[in-house]
Every structure is written in structure tokens, then in C-alpha cells.
Design a protein around this ligand. Structure first.
Ligand SMILES: C[S@@+](CC[C@H](N)C(=O)[O-])C[C@H]1O[C@@H](n2cnc3c(N)ncnc32)[C@H](O)[C@@H]1O
Length: 241
């Protein structure tokens, strides 16, 4: 990107490019601040890329439960979802993607962390599985042709700043076939309301976010483990209009 001499716009502490309307600078806070070891203003994709690379390199991934999520296993075992094409944003170490690929689903994953994707690549090669791996930002990269039967995500929506959520839902509609299903395991409410990731959601927030583009929104409470114990999550299933 080029800019005029004397451009006084604030610059990202990570890439040194200025703020733009479609990629504004946000304050570095919370978990990201801890991972980066610095504060200031940065683009969201720069923060997500750098903080997650640090976390995966250090093995400091408190959300990881080292196995596919039991709620996903149940959907497969009960045939609530059946083999088809699945897209997973933010797979991290990829336990869910590996489980789906091992059970006949054709899986594509996209993660902003090169480090996470390289760890997942090693794992799927070792297991002899076929999973398409993409490094990128789901808001800017990845499929757009509406070819997927399902989108599955776990602990991903909670990482996006509130200003990016509507854009993310639009991306879901570009990726899914008409009548394709979104399946999310989403961090539930907590007090005090967090001002940085992992953000928290209520049922109403989830319904409001999805209802313009999705119908038959089913929301059930589930627990999800982390290094810090069990937290309340929602299993959300919604059908693209
Ligand atoms: C909280 S972790 C969840 C990982 C995994 N789904 C799990 O539950 O173990 C969020 C993941 O999303 C990735 N991520 C964050 N922002 C992203 C973005 N804009 N596009 C794609 N991946 C992103 C991170 O690198 C990380 O792997």
C-alpha cells in the first residue's frame, strides 16, 4: 500500500501500515496483549496472526481440548450431519477437522496462523488423511463459490472483534450452498462482559447475528473444556436461507 508523504494516520505496531476504512486499527488488549508482550494499536488480522503464531509456537493454547468436541462427535454418530463438504475456519490444531475427515467428510480448513497450519499438516500427513489446508484470514481469503454443505467452527466467532461479526456472517453465506448448515460451538455469556477476546455471547446475540441470513436456528447449551476447566458454550445449528 502506498501513502502520501506526511501521512499522519496512526500505524499498526505490527506491520507499520496505517489504518484504513476496511482494515482499521484496534487497541491491543487482553489475551492478544499477553501473547504480543506489547500494547498499542494494530490491524485485527495482524494481531490474530502474530498472537496465534506465538501461542502455537509456545504450546500455550488454553482452548485446546486435545480431542474432537463431544457435541460434534454426537452429530456425526446420530447422523444429524452426514458426509459432505465441510469448511472450518480457525481449526487450530485440528482435532475436529481430523475427526470429520476420518469419518468420510471432505474437509477444507483455513487458519490465519501459519504455525497452526503447519502443525496440522504434519498431523494429517501422518494419519494419511486428505484435508485442504489454507493459511489466511477468513474475512479476506478462502472460498466464495457457495460450494460447502457445512461450515463447522469451534471457539472461533469469539475471537473476532464485534465490528467484524456482520462481515463474518456474510462470508458464511458466500461459502455455504443454499440450505447448507452452519454449526458453531460458541462461547456463552459471562460477567463481567469481556472487552477483548475471547468475547462472550448470549442466545439473543447469536439469534440476532444469524437471523437475516439463516433460518431454523437451534441453540443448545454445551460445556467445553480448556486448561482452565469447563466453560459454558452453545452448540448452534442454522440453515442458510
Ligand atoms: C481460539 S482458537 C480455536 C481453535 C480450534 N477451533 C479449537 O477449538 O481448538 C481460534 C483459531 O482461529 C484462528 N484465527 C483467528 N483469527 C482468524 C481469522 N481471521 N481467520 C482465520 N483464522 C483465524 C487462530 O489462529 C486459532 O487457530
Amino acid at each position: 500500500m502506498s501513502f502520501l508523504m506526511g501521512d499522519e494516520r496512526p500505524r499498526c505496531i505490527l506491520c507499520n501500515e496505517p489504518s484504513t476504512d476496511d482494515n482499521p486499527l484496534l487497541e491491543v488488549r487482553g489475551w492478544i496483549q499477553t501473547m504480543l508482550g506489547q500494547d498499542g494499536m494494530a490491524h485485527h488480522p495482524c494481531m490474530a496472526r502474530t498472537a496465534n503464531d506465538v501461542a502455537f509456537s509456545k504450546g500455550d493454547v488454553p482452548w485446546d481440548i486435545s480431542r474432537p468436541h463431544p457435541a460434534l462427535v454426537n452429530l456425526v454418530k446420530t447422523k444429524r450431519i452426514v458426509p459432505g463438504r465441510v469448511f472450518e475456519p480457525g481449526p487450530g490444531l485440528g482435532h475436529d477437522a481430523v475427526y470429520l475427515a476420518s469419518n468420510g467428510f471432505r474437509v477444507t480448513v483455513l487458519d490465519i496462523s501459519k504455525r497452526a497450519v503447519s502443525m496440522l499438516r504434519k498431523c494429517i500427513e501422518k494419519l494419511g488423511l486428505d484435508v485442504d489446508l489454507i493459511v489466511g484470514d477468513v474475512l479476506r481469503n478462502g472460498p466464495t463459490e457457495g460450494e460447502f454443505d457445512y461450515i463447522f467452527e469451534r471457539s472461533f466467532l469469539q475471537t473476532l472483534p464485534p465490528t467484524q461479526r456482520a462481515h463474518y456472517v456474510l462470508r458464511l453465506t458466500e461459502i455455504l450452498k443454499p440450505k447448507g448448515e452452519y454449526i458453531g460451538i460458541i462461547r456463552g455469556p459471562r460477567e463481567p462482559i469481556p472487552e477483548s477476546q475471547p468475547y462472550a455471547f448470549t442466545r439473543n446475540m447469536i439469534e440476532q447475528l444469524l437471523s437475516t441470513h439463516f433460518r431454523n436456528i437451534e441453540i443448545t447449551r454445551v460445556l467445553s473444556g480448556s486448561n482452565n476447566g469447563q466453560s459454558e458454550y452453545f452448540l448452534v445449528i442454522a440453515c442458510r436461507r
